[in-house]
Design a binder for this molecule. Structure first.
Ligand code: NAD
Length: 337
C-alpha cells in the first residue's frame, strides 16, 4: 500500500515509521500541507494521511478520486476539514483516530486554565527579568467555583473528573447525556443555564454547523461578568472578533486557547522571524489575560504513539477490505434519528 503523508513534522515521521515496521507500507512523507495546490503530489498513491489543517474539500477529493485514491487517513479525532459527503460520493473511505489520548488534551486544558488563572505566562517572564512584584498576577481559587463543560465526550469527561478533584462544581451540556458524567458529579443543564452560571467555560464539542460560533456576542452577553473561556477544541467554535470585544469590555475576564479559526496559516511553523499578518491574532497577543498555545494539546509521547499505531491499523483494515471501526461516515455529522 502506498500512502502520501502530508503536513509531516519530524515527530510524525518518527512515530509513523516505528508503527509501520510490522507491515512495511510504502509511506512517502511531505512537509507540505494538502491543499488544492498540492493535491497533485498524491498522484499514484492508494491513500493519503493528513492532519487537522490539511484541506480535504470536494475539489481536492474529486482530484484524489481521479487518481484512484481509496482512503483518507486522518491522524486526528476531528474531521471538520473533510467534506464527508463528497468523500462518500467519490467512493473514498475516511478513517480517523477517535481516541488516542483524551488525557493529553484534558490535561492541557487544565494546564491552560491554571496557567491563565495564576498568570504563569507573565510570572515566568517577570521572574526571569528579576521582577518579583505580584501586582497583576492575582488569580482565584478554583475550589468551589462553577465550571461549565460544553461537550461531554471522551475529553470532556476527563476534564470533568479532574475538575471534580479540584472541588469545582461542574455544569455540563451535551446534545447526548451520558450517565457516567452525572456519576462523576457533574450536572447537565441547558446551554443557556451553563452560560449564565459558570465562572469558567471550557469547550469540548466538535466543530459542526451547530457549534460554529457557539461563543458569540449574544452568548457572551449571557455569561457572568469576568468569565474565563478555555478552548482546546476547534477555533471556529468561537467568534474571535466577539471574544476580543468581550475582553476589551471586561465581560470576559480571561481567555486561553489552543486552537484558532485561522490557525492553518500560523500554527505548527516557526514564524518567529516573520511579521504576523493576521491582525485579529496579533490583537489577541496584546492582552495580559490571554494565553495561547499553538494546537499542542494532543502533543504527548503517548498520544503520538497511539495516533501512529491506530493510523497504520486503519490503513490495514482498508487494504484488506474489512470493516474499520474508525471509519468516519456521513452519519457522524447527520442528526441521529
Ligand atoms: P467526542 O466525540 O468523544 O466528544 C464530543 C462530544 O461533543 C460528544 O459527546 C458529542 O455528543 C458532543 N457534541 C456534539 N455536538 C454538540 C453540540 N452542538 N453541543 C454540545 N455538545 C456537542 O470527542 P473528543 O475526543 O472528546 O474531542 C472533542 C473535540 O476536541 C474534537 O472534536 C476536536 O475538535 C478537539 N480536539 C482537539 C485536540 C487538540 O490538540 N487541541 C486534540 C483532539 C481533539
Amino acid at each position: 500500500m502506498r500512502v502520501a503523508v502530508f503536513s509531516t513534522k519530524q515527530y510524525d515521521h518518527h512515530f509513523l515509521v516505528e508503527a509501520n515496521q510490522q507491515v512495511g507500507y510504502e509511506l512517502e512523507f511531505f512537509e507540505l500541507r494538502l491543499t488544492r495546490a498540492t493535491v497533485a503530489l498524491a498522484r499514484g498513491f492508494d491513500g493519503i494521511c493528513v492532519f487537522v489543517n490539511d484541506v480535504v474539500d470536494s475539489v481536492v477529493l474529486e482530484e484524489l478520486a481521479g487518481h484512484g485514491l481509496r482512503v483518507v487517513a486522518l491522524r486526528c479525532a476531528g474531521f471538520n476539514n473533510v467534506d464527508l459527503e463528497a468523500a462518500e460520493q467519490f467512493g473514498i473511505k475516511v478513517v480517523r483516530v477517535p481516541a488516542y489520548s483524551p488525557f493529553a488534551v484534558a490535561e492541557h486544558t487544565i494546564a491552560l486554565l491554571l496557567g491563565l488563572n495564576r498568570r504563569l505566562h507573565r510570572a515566568y517572564s517577570r521572574v526571569r527579568d528579576g521582577n518579583f512584584a505580584l501586582q497583576g498576577l492575582m488569580g482565584f481559587d478554583l475550589h468551589g467555583r462553577t465550571v461549565g463543560v460544553v461537550g461531554t465526550g471522551r475529553i470532556g469527561q476527563v476534564v470533568i473528573e479532574i475538575l471534580r478533584g479540584f472541588g469545582c462544581h461542574v455544569l455540563a451540556f451535551d446534545v447526548f447525556k451520558n450517565s457516567d458524567v452525572e456519576r462523576a458529579g457533574a450536572t447537565y443543564v441547558s446551554l443557556d443555564e451553563l452560560f449564565a452560571r459558570s465562572d469558567v467555560i471550557t469547550l469540548h464539542c466538535p466543530l459542526t454547523p451547530d457549534t460554529r460560533y457557539l461563543i458569540n456576542q449574544n452568548s457572551i452577553a449571557c455569561m457572568k461578568r469576568g468569565v474565563v473561556l478555555i478552548n482546546t477544541s476547534r477555533g471556529a467554535i468561537v467568534d474571535t472578533d466577539d471574544v476580543i470585544a468581550g475582553l476589551k469590555s471586561g465581560q470576559i475576564g480571561g481567555l486561553a486557547i489552543d486552537v484558532y479559526e485561522e490557525e492553518a496559516d500560523l500554527f505548527f511553523e516557526d514564524l518567529s522571524s516573520e511579521v504576523i499578518h493576521d491582525d485579529v491574532f496579533a490583537r489577541l497577543l496584546t492582552f495580559p489575560n490571554v494565553l495561547i498555545t499553538g494546537h499542542q494539546a494532543f502533543f504527548t509521547q503517548d498520544a503520538l504513539e497511539e495516533i501512529a499505531r491506530t493510523t497504520i491499523a486503519n490503513l490495514t483494515d482498508i487494504k484488506h477490505g474489512v470493516e474499520c471501526v474508525n471509519e468516519v461516515t456521513g452519519e457522524l455529522i447527520r442528526p441521529r434519528a
